[in-house]
Write a protein that binds this ligand. Sequence first.
Ligand SMILES: [Zn+2]
Length: 276
Amino acid sequence: MTGGRALLYASAVSGIALGVRSVTKGAVPPELAAGAAVGFASVIMAGVLEPRLAMFADVINRGEPSPDAPRIALTFDDGPDLEHTPPILDALAAAGAHATFFVIGRKLTGARSALARRMREAGHAIGCHSFAHDRLFALRSGRRVRDDLLLSLKTIEDATGASTKLFRPPIGHTNPTIARVAEELDLDVIGFSVRGYDGTSRARAERVSGRVIAGLRDGAIVLLHDGAERDDFTPIAPEILPGVLAEMGARSLAGVTVDELIAERPSPTASKSSKP
Ligand SMILES: [Zn+2]
């Protein structure tokens, strides 16, 4: 069980215990009841906002360490971008590294669609980052979430000629509805273990680079951006990527796609059946 889910269950059990106590021994003090309600709401909110807690979905935040051939998965969200994605592809090619691009479905038109095909032909993986990148995705109905993801998956397949099972929710928010739809569509929900915090116009190259380099460990999944969600600022990733790739080279860390990184993850079924 993930730590996030254990926290969720513990909070729920505490709430139930408080309810039982108020029935059997009289109402609990209002401050205690209010505190418990705020605490439970905070736990739920943390689970929605922070995919690394894996509270609602089995979010994959890292791969298994591979000491004989250490590797990490660089991931880029919110593209493709005609100006900023090509230098990233060039830097990856120069370093002999592969990466995963979580594209926004609605951006896959015309030349951007051709760019997605180029990514795939260069050996990179394409992941679904929803069609509309709706910032309120976590508040939408199951039907709307499903329709959006199906459209995005079809758009990716039309553009690149290949389907994908990789899905990263927009803004990284997950909840039980998103988790259920992802499971129905047989998608792997991909989070990250290292975050550059480069997805805003306020990001500064030195700080993003420092955060990413500090997190370069075998099995890491690194979150960066090759595009601005609304094409309204210049992403910092093309500037810092050569330095990050050089550091990976110095530490003998190969850059692989998320598919490759998680390929040998024991499935829940396999790990269960291996137990006596
Ligand atoms: Zn995004």
